[in-house]
Write a protein that binds this ligand. Structure first.
Ligand SMILES: CC(C)(COP(=O)(O)OP(=O)(O)OC[C@H]1O[C@@H](n2cnc3c(N)ncnc32)[C@H](O)[C@@H]1OP(=O)(O)O)[C@@H](O)C(=O)NCCC(=O)NCCS
Length: 152
């Protein structure tokens, strides 16, 4: 398994968008799948935020995704954010998300950032195990979320 920037595999943008739409579409009511594909295509960078990543298996099939973005939590001035970490059910518990998180951290560090943020309603323990620190809890668009940060 290896992690690559999505710009190396633009053919995978539709799959990344479909996963995100199914998992987090409710957080962006009114956003269509087509609009999500366009947003993902805007993350095809390597030397500036936003950057989308894909995890690829030995056959170069997609087995996960994560992104480095600005302004994930609307109205919050902190930046940048680790976002959209997703591994399909049949690929979980193999360390793929952990590798994606490390790739996003490494890229943020390389781009000159000394701190990275995330919010999660589903997996705070995953990030805590990777060295992330819990900050505040808050309600966001109908969910209870944990905000976390990591010094790079
Ligand atoms: C959460 C998710 C990304 C984890 O992906 P994964 O590839 O299975 O994660 P890893 O294999 O790297 O797991 C790393 C560690 O976290 C643990 N872990 C994984 N998912 C966890 C969860 N939801 N809650 C708590 N711990 C979790 C694993 O057991 C593993 O522990 P270990 O290191 O002691 O073995 C995946 O379940 C997923 O895509 N879920 C749906 C989308 C989602 O909730 N994304 C996170 C949004 S912030």
């Amino acid at each position: 398994m290896r992690i690559a920037p999505l710009v190396e595999r633009p053919d995978l943008a539709a799959q990344v968008a479909a996963w995100g739409f199914a998992e987090w579409g409710h957080l962006n009511p009114g956003q269509t799948l087509a609009q999500r594909v366009i947003r993902i295509q805007g993350k095809m960078n390597v030397d500036r935020v936003p950057v989308a990543f894909v995890a690829l298996d030995e056959d170069d099939g997609i087995v996960g995704t994560a992104s480095l973005i600005f302004d994930d939590l609307e109205g919050d001035p902190r930046n940048p954010w680790l976002a959209s970490v997703y591994v399909p059910p049949e690929q979980r518990k193999k360390g793929i998300a952990s590798a994606l998180v490390r790739a996003v951290e490494d890229t943020a560090r390389r781009l000159g950032y000394s701190r990275l943020y995330l919010f999660t309603s589903t997996a705070p323990d995953l990030y805590a195990g990777l060295g992330w620190r819990p900050l505040e809890r808050r309600d966001y668009r109908g969910e209870h979320v944990q905000v976390m940060d990591r010094t790079l």
